[in-house]
Write a protein that binds this ligand. Structure first.
Ligand SMILES: C[S@@+](CC[C@H](N)C(=O)[O-])C[C@H]1O[C@@H](n2cnc3c(N)ncnc32)[C@H](O)[C@@H]1O
Length: 232
């Protein structure tokens, strides 16, 4: 089945207590256009809909005592029940650090669910029984999972074939074909306030330019991210 020319649109559901967080970011640039063209659909699930009582409560004090509140299992489980067929990702600092290979994998899946925590996090039984993968944006603590969910959406959407005009631009950048950081880029003017672009880029010699770029990628990665260098 095709929809708007995209053979397999990716359906993304986001479970959050702040659906309004996503209003503007989901409308702009490629993410907005990808939705208009049917490459991706984003469904915002307001967790409060499943909250308890008149106040639509979604959090409670932790068993055993301690600071803050914990998101309760019941509203989250009810929100996740109809999304059992999707690949369910919980955003948490305790998850596996997000990387390009995860985004590659998820961009080929038909349906993803991103669960955004708040407060002190979510009842562990959610991670144990309703989640396929726990993912962290990095070794720091955010107020909630929404910013991490947006990072995933941006990373996934740009990999859906046809979303970014020139497929080469997603193939040749950092962390892709050779696993290295991308080389430095320059554009006009060739000189600004005495700062010149590297001569080789103006030479028109495509062989030399390719060699220079490859060396820059290796050097940059060695200097900034030696952990990315593969042992061959
Ligand atoms: C204040 S944090 C909870 C932090 C938790 N008490 C801890 O110490 O690990 C609230 C929510 O923000 C989200 N969050 C915070 N930092 C994150 C990160 N680095 N990656 C992904 N999600 C994060 C998670 O959904 C988390 O449940």
């Amino acid at each position: 089945m095709t929809q708007g020319g995209y053979p397999v649109p990716v359906d993304i559901s986001i479970i959050t207590i702040f659906p309004e967080f996503f209003a503007s970011p989901l409308q702009v640039s490629f993410v907005g256009r990808a939705q208009e063209r049917g490459a991706v659909s984003v469904d915002l699930v307001d967790l409060r809909t499943f909250g308890k009582g008149v106040h639509r409560q979604v959090d409670d004090a932790p068993f055993g005592g301690g600071a803050g509140m914990v998101m309760m299992i019941e509203p989250l489980a009810q929100a996740l029940d109809p999304l059992e067929h999707t690949h369910r990702i919980l955003l948490t600092p305790a998850g596996k650090p997000l990387d390009q290979s995860m985004l590659d994998r998820w961009s080929q899946m038909p349906a993803l669910t991103l669960v955004c925590g708040r407060y002190e996090g979510v009842d562990e039984r959610i991670a144990d029984h309703y989640i396929d993968e726990e993912v962290s944006l990095g070794d720091f603590v955010l107020l909630g999972g929404e910013a991490a969910a947006l990072a995933i959406i941006e990373g996934v959407v740009r990999l859906i074939p046809g979303v970014v005009g020139n497929p080469e631009s997603t193939e040749t950048e950092s962390f892709r074909h050779d696993g290295l950081l991308e080389e430095p880029q320059y554009t006009r003017p060739a000189e600004f306030r005495g700062m010149k672009v590297p001569e080789v880029l103006l030479s028109g010699d495509h062989g030399k330019i390719a060699e220079w770029r490859a060396e820059q990628r290796r050097q940059r990665t060695r200097d900034r991210r030696p952990d990315l260098l593969r042992e061959d």
